[in-house]
Design a protein around this ligand. Structure first.
Ligand SMILES: [Zn+2]
Length: 280
């Protein structure tokens, strides 16, 4: 399946992003992933679906194959492993089978930290991915569940990535990562998802005619179009810490604690987020 199997020593963290689609990890977590990689930690991305529905000109097996190729190009560029599971896009269900698959992956990579979507989100696949991860949380340590993959003796910490949804409650930025210095490379990686960022998403969001034709122009356009979503100013109002903390910080990615699985505390937050600004 192409998983990076294990941490080589106790100092090396195993970081696992579990998203619904091939590109979710790159958009929501790419800047932070690059910071872990710079420090020698291991990063794995999972897409719970194969992305075979989200396009206006292509679909089915050919699109799934294209999405997987794009993900592999990201993996090579970043130095990570990108696991694309063969579930249909738009149809992901929180089945026991999917829960067991997630338990197996979390155990195999011995994840210290798992990042996923919040359970309230516009996309059913995102919601169900979140539910699957939450349902897996406790069972990771239970030996009789998925018994052929040895249980973990510690419970990985689970956090949610940032989003803009307000109900039932808005996202709380409990850990903030300054990604100003990795933003350019994040978008370079994201640009390998050509079928998403230059075709499907501009189509469905109604700006396909804006997309430039040359690859350099495209990358600059993508950065200009999407970087503002990660602008620091959009989070300052929610900061408990002084806004001075974010002086000179242009782009951030932020995370909220999940109540299930291992707990992110003042004791372990600096180990799990060595570069994080703590806001809880
Ligand atoms: Zn998605």
């Amino acid at each position: 399946m192409g998983i990076i199997p294990n941490k080589e020593n106790d100092e090396q963290l195993s970081i696992l992003f579990i998203g619904a689609h091939p590109d979710d990890a790159d958009i929501q977590f790419g800047g932070t992933a690059l910071k872990y990689l710079q420090q020698g930690h291991t990063v794995n991305y999972v897409s719970m679906t194969n992305g075979d529905a989200g396009h206006h000109m292509q679909g089915g097996g050919a699109l799934a194959q294209r999405r997987r190729r794009e993900s592999q190009r990201v993996a090579e560029f970043m130095g990570i492993h990108y696991i694309v599971l063969d579930n249909h896009d738009g149809e992901l269900q929180p089945t026991v089978e999917n829960r067991h698959k997630v338990i197996q992956i979390i155990r195999e990579v011995k994840a210290n930290l798992v990042i996923t979507h919040r359970p309230n989100d516009y996309h059913a696949d995102h919601r169900n991915t979140s539910l699957i991860v939450q349902d897996a949380a406790y069972l990771i340590c239970v030996p009789n569940v998925v018994p052929f993959t040895p249980r973990l003796t510690f419970n990985p910490v689970i956090v949610y990535h940032q989003d803009r949804f307000r109900k039932p409650y808005p996202f709380v930025p409990e850990v903030i990562v300054d990604v100003t210095d990795t933003n350019d490379k994040k978008f370079e990686a994201l640009s390998f998802h050509e079928s998403q960022v230059y075709e499907w998403l501009p189509f469905i969001e109604g700006y396909l005619d804006e997309v430039p034709t040359t690859s350099e122009e495209r990358l600059n356009w993508l950065k200009a179009k999407w970087s503002p979503m990660f602008n620091t100013s959009s989070f300052v109002a929610d900061l408990k810490a002084s806004a001075d903390t974010l002086n000179g910080v242009q782009y951030i990615e932020a995370f909220e604690r999940c109540e299930y699985g291992g707990k992110l505390t003042h004791e372990n937050v600096k180990t799990l987020f060595p570069f994080g600004i703590v806001n809880f």
